[in-house]
Design a protein around this ligand. Structure first.
Ligand SMILES: C[S@@+](CC[C@H](N)C(=O)[O-])C[C@H]1O[C@@H](n2cnc3c(N)ncnc32)[C@H](O)[C@@H]1O
Length: 486
């Protein structure tokens, strides 16, 4: 037992969430959990459906990490229990798992706000896990009883605003503070609820025949779905345990006829508007979701150059990718901040800059990102985004690429990573109005304008989960670089 503790998987604090998330990814993608806890789950949860259940079970822990963590700390303080640091990590992890019971409640928020009854029966999986990890430590039983006796409402009242708000809706205070500068408290609550609920997911079909096949299969399986209002061949599917996995493992997916996507990613590609004959340079491309969708638009009639700085992300994505024949794309592995030094392909028609960001718009899909939000992380991303843009603009100028359209996008709510970055480069670019009838006429996409108060606000576009069918929050700006005639 002592050895096991020494090699404990989870470091204390925010790191815990990242590790759980990584281990989860391993479990879902490679079916080869690296960590002990997930090995255990794999053995217990042998088939795909059961693994999907385990996945959702852990996702709830990650989603509600701050609330659960605060509860555990509170209880351990009352009980004056202290653990060896590794043990705490395990313990926290276990209680979190223990407390959020996927079968019983969809979220703690439901229990709190909607006053749904919470079934306190401990799932067998958790009991088995606890027995294995803590066979000789009865402390968890105390903790369990104590946690169950805590009244969440009274517990939260003890925290000042906005901490109580952050705990109640399981979002970091940094995010809440930033968002309250942009939206009302009522809207923010709506957005945070969207992040917690994750009620639907999207499937995109490559062509009309694939869509027909997909619909026939969904009907046989009794899946609840509806066609998307904005995008042809996109379906919204109700998110039920195991459904996403069933679709991911379906032959239509493994042979690249359909793809599980986010609606906002499809909208980004619609704004890029890839056409037959285009040369498209996708500079931050892994894991190639938008590259794949662009490929579907253009087929073999065009050229796509896909680049990413991170070789392991490229490899991992290529290993699992069925949506594009590998030989159809030119692959590059370089730093987009030095585009001028590695790109030798002639004038591209379009450049996609789906830049790295804080991911604050993707909490629904990547809840672990909630727990790394900070002003330092935001600033690091802004600096990176500005450097990538600066080099792309410089390259366009040096090569006299005056017709190249550049789409800058990221999945962040923060104006710092969107409107702020665009306003800074406004003197060197010609911003194209994404709401212009000519630009948007065939697609008729319903998108919102940028946050108010910036020079670029009316021409850039945003998507929001509460306004656009539960998709990720994305920022988009399209521009050209005016070039002096030599
Ligand atoms: C938001 S993700 C891109 C998602 C992708 N476009 C898709 O649709 O699947 C951002 C990507 O930028 C890459 N990245 C980060 N810094 C970079 C840089 N300096 N140059 C090129 N790529 C970079 C990351 O490795 C990451 O894969």
């Amino acid at each position: 037992m002592k050895n096991r503790m020494k090699h404990s998987t989870f470091a204390p604090g925010g790191q815990l969430v990242m590790r759980v998330a990584d281990a989860l990814r391993q479990m879902m993608i490679r079916e080869n959990p690296l960590e002990k806890i997930l090995k255990y789950l794999r053995n217990q949860a042998g088939n795909k459906k059961e693994r999907a259940k385990s996945f959702m079970y852990f996702m709830q822990v990650i989603k509600h990490y701050n609330l659960l963590d605060a509860l555990v700390r509170h209880v351990t303080r009352i009980k004056e229990i202290s653990f060896h640091s590794n043990e705490i990590a395990w313990f926290v992890c276990l209680v979190l798992i223990f407390h959020v019971k996927q079968e019983a409640i969809s979220s703690l928020h439901d229990a709190l706000v909607k006053r749904r009854s919470v079934d306190h029966e401990v799932p067998q999986m958790t009991l088995d896990l606890l027995d294995e990890i803590f066979p000789v430590t009865p402390s968890w039983q105390y903790i369990h009883e104590l946690i169950l006796s805590v009244n969440l409402k009274t517990f939260l009242v003890a925290f000042p605003h906005p901490d109580s708000f952050a705990l109640q809706f399981a979002h970091p205070t940094f995010f809440i503070d930033k968002m309250l500068q942009l939206v009302s408290e009522k809207r923010l609550i709506r957005l945070m609820q969207e992040h917690l609920e994750d009620r639907r997911f999207f499937i995109h079909a490559r062509d009309a025949t694939s869509l027909k096949e997909l619909i026939a299969w969904l009907n046989v399986k009794n899946f609840t779905y509806q066609p998307d209002r904005d995008i042809p061949r996109l379906l919204q599917v109700l998110n039920e345990p195991g459904w996403k996995q069933a679709i991911a493992s379906h032959p239509l997916n493994s042979c690249g006829k359909i793809a599980l996507v986010d609606k906002a990613s499809v909208m980004v590609v619609e704004m890029l508007d890839p056409r037959a004959g285009d040369t498209i340079l996708d500079l931050c491309a892994a894991p190639f979701m938008k590259t794949s969708i662009s490929f579907w638009h253009m087929g073999q009639h065009g050229r796509i150059i896909a680049n990413d700085v991170n070789s392991s992300r490229i490899q991992a994505a290529l290993d699992g990718m069925a949506t594009i024949p590998r030989h159809s794309i030119h692959w590059l592995n370089s730093d987009a901040r030095c585009m001028s030094s590695f790109y030798r392909g002639g004038e591209p028609d379009k450049i996609l800059l789906d830049v790295p960001c804080t991911g604050s718009g993707s909490f629904m899909i990547h809840p672990r990102l909630k727990w790394v939000q900070s002003s330092r992380f935001l600033q690091q991303n802004v600096v990176l985004q500005q450097s990538i843009l600066a080099d792309v603009i410089k390259t366009c100028k040096e090569n006299h690429w005056k017709e190249t359209k550049i789409l800058y996008a990221n999945c962040s709510y923060y104006a710092d990573e969107g409107e702020g970055v665009m306003d800074k480069i406004m003197p060197s670019i010609e911003l194209i109005d994404l709401h212009d009838y000519q630009i948007n006429q065939t697609r008729g996409l319903r998108v919102s304008s940028g946050w108010k108060g910036f020079k670029c606000s009316s021409k850039v576009a945003r998507t929001f989960p509460d306004l656009h069918d539960g998709c990720q929050a994305f920022f988009m700006a399209l521009f050209k670089v005016p070039v002096e005639t030599p």
